[in-house]
Design a protein around this ligand. Structure first.
Ligand code: AGP
Length: 604
């Protein structure tokens, strides 16, 4: 959700903090701030409502001296975006100053107890309560910042990743996590605390990923890792594999457009990494995924959120569950019912919660994850990584198609070890799957027709997306992409559902995006399109090249090359993504940072 950074070293902290926040801005962008501990031991705080650029403007003529500091970019949970509610937050005297990503669920109760002790608060946030809690622990006799922090966190319910400065300990930072992601970048005599690797790779690739209920005390000479009881813990340093350039726009106007055009390469990388071309074996990380285990399975539940859920729905028509519902539905789980978690960030709190429910019940967990070493990846028994590279645009695109590709590779492998597909069918399907990146390249070679359709529908208030079978999830995904970046009210439906109610909304010029590429439900889709046409809806058909009939019953037709039906969601995703993109562009929306959204949802 929010993005947090911290720095301690020999360099001036201000610019490193601001640069780090800019690289994390996709995590939340409604307000921001930094705090730097000056050489004379004072903590100076500067914070602003709005984007990092607002804070930069504020600091243009001012430099906060100091080589230790913290910074935050916010996605509001408690209290509207404002200068007061922006982080960092301090205690009564400003001696303890901290930033947080997460939610303190019992903050009201804690706040009341502190009020009774004479504490008063400047903001509506849960985070400010944490700063006063640390102060209260000092009042209760804690001798050091790390001690006070441990005691304070034992009183907290909820998810947090935080970083703290204290005037009395000007040579150190304290950081802690439970439920929200946090890592430490290890430099030469300098250290970088961050919510994810994006903000640290310009400085170092050596990182330490924190697990839940772990704390760090960091000085210029090193760091110690302990648990909430103060017991020392081992530290394993990992290496980040992707480059800073990969996290740049590379000449594209937005990250989303770049990521749409990166899909052929992302799919080739993903497909060549998930199935060993020599042995045909699945390249699983974590515990081995044995054929014996796969044969013993009676069922698979897919848990994920948003776009990742739509990828799950395309992959295989088994149980797909909204992770936010699954974990509270007390699902019947056992070691023979696998739970498959799909996530780009690997940090989505609802999906993380669902795999913890699964693990408690002894169900094997397979993660299909894009961000290496993310929490869901580390907590899954088995991991299949998508190789989409860093996805910065909030609207997921290349991760979506890579997730579907992995779903297919896994499903084919599963069918083969269970003897449910012949070798010939397996080989044929795999050959066509491996050819999909070339097909997508052909679609991306000419986006003009899609741009022109966008120019004719961009001003609609609402629209529908229709699909059947494998392309029902495509309809859901097309609607999600458009609504989340252009703010057009879009709903995706299984086309057969229209006549049971939604068709009441159809009227002249009402856009209906119909996914009707060749396949077993083609004729049914044609019927549904005609039902919409009969009510003057404005039909934009996504159809197979050479399909002349569709032209006679639609207002607009966007064609794609023919592929086997099961693989068509991979190809159909491209015009759906681009339609949303160009509609949002004409509407002047901030495509990479849509309002009210964030790239990784680490709260419930
Ligand atoms: C998709 O464009 C959205 N950003 C959102 O729905 C996203 O797919 C969802 O939050 C899941 O994120 P994850 O894949 O990182 O778990």
């Amino acid at each position: 959700m929010c993005g947090i950074v911290g720095y301690i070293g020999a360099r001036e902290a201000q610019d490193i903090l601001i640069d780090g926040l800019k690289r994390l801005e996709y995590r939340g962008y409604d307000s921001c701030g930094i705090a730097v501990l000056s050489p004379d031991g004072q903590i100076i705080v500067s914070k602003k409502e709005g984007r990092i650029s607002n804070l930069e403007a504020e600091l243009r003529d001012e430099h906060l001296p100091g080589t230790i500091g913290i910074g935050h970019t916010r996605w509001a949970t408690h209290g509207k975006p404002s200068d007061e509610n922006a982080h960092p937050h301090g205690d009564s005297s400003g001696a303890t100053v901290l930033i947080q990503n997460g939610t303190v669920e019992n903050y009201n109760e804690l706040k009341e107890a502190l009020r009774l002790k004479g504490h008063s608060f400047l903001s509506e946030t849960d985070t400010e309560v944490l700063a006063h809690l640390v102060e209260d622990e000092f009042d209760n006799g804690a001798a050091t910042l790390i001690e006070a922090t441990r005691a304070a966190l034992k009183r907290v319910r909820g998810a947090y990743a935080l970083c703290i400065l204290h005037e009395k300990e000007p040579d150190r930072l304290v950081a802690a996590r439970s439920g929200a992601p946090l890592l430490l970048g290890v430099g030469d005599g300098e250290y970088f605390v961050s919510s994810d690797a994006a903000s640290i790779i310009p400085y170092t690739r050596r990182v330490l990923y924190l697990n839940d209920e772990e704390l760090l005390e960091i000085t210029r000479d090193g760091f110690t890792k302990t648990n909430l009881d103060g017991a020392p813990l081992e530290s394993t340093i990992s290496e980040v594999t992707w480059s800073a350039e990969e996290a740049e726009k590379g000449g594209y106007e937005t990250f989303m457009l770049k990521e749409i055009f990166e899909q052929p390469a992302a799919l080739r990388r993903t497909l060549s990494s998930v199935i060993d071309p020599k042995t045909g074996e699945l390249c699983v990380e974590g515990k081995p995924l044995t054929a014996e285990l796969l044969r013993s399975l009676t069922d698979i539940s897919i848990v994920s959120c948003g776009t990742a859920l739509h990828a799950g729905m395309v992959g295989t028509y088994v149980h797909t569950d909204w992770a936010s519902e699954f974990r509270y539905r007390r699902p019947k789980l056992n070691p023979r019912r696998m739970v498959l978690a799909i996530s780009q960030s690997g940090e989505t709190y609802d999906t993380l919660g669902s795999i913890r429910v699964a693990k408690e019940a002894g169900a094997p967990v397979l993660g299909i994850i894009n961000v290496r070493e993310s929490t869901i990846a580390r907590e899954s028994d088995h991991v299949l990584y998508t190789q989409a590279g860093p996805e910065i645009g909030v609207a997921s695109t290349k991760a979506y198609t890579s997730q579907i590709a992995v779903m297919y590779a896994f499903t084919l492998y599963l069918a083969r070890v269970r003897g449910e597909i012949s070798d010939d069918d397996y080989e044929a399907f795999m050959r066509e799957l491996l050819a999909v990146p070339d097909v997508i390249e052909r679609v991306l070679a000419d986006v003009e027709p899609i741009k022109q359709v966008a120019e004719r529908v961009y001003d609609a208030r609402s629209s529908f997306y229709l699909g059947r079978g494998f392309n029902f999830p495509s309809a859901l995904e097309g609607a999600l992409k458009n609504k989340e970046i252009s703010y057009m009210h879009c709903e995706g439906y299984a086309a057969g559902e229209m006549k049971h109610g939604p068709i009441a909304l159809i009227q002249a010029r009402f856009p209906v995006f119909a996914i009707c590429t060749k396949g077993s439900t083609y004729e049914k889709m044609v019927t549904n399109i005609e039902q919409v046409g009969a009510r003057n809806g404005y039909i934009v058909a996504i159809a197979t090249e050479g399909d002349d009939h569709i032209k006679t019953i639609s207002d607009e037709v966007i064609t794609v090359p023919e592929v086997r039906e099961e693989l068509s969601p991979l190809v159909n995703a491209i015009p759906l993504q681009l339609l949303a993109y160009y509609i949002a562009r004409i509407r002047g929306c901030d495509i990479d940072k849509p309002r009210n959204l964030a790239k990784s949802v680490t709260v419930e």
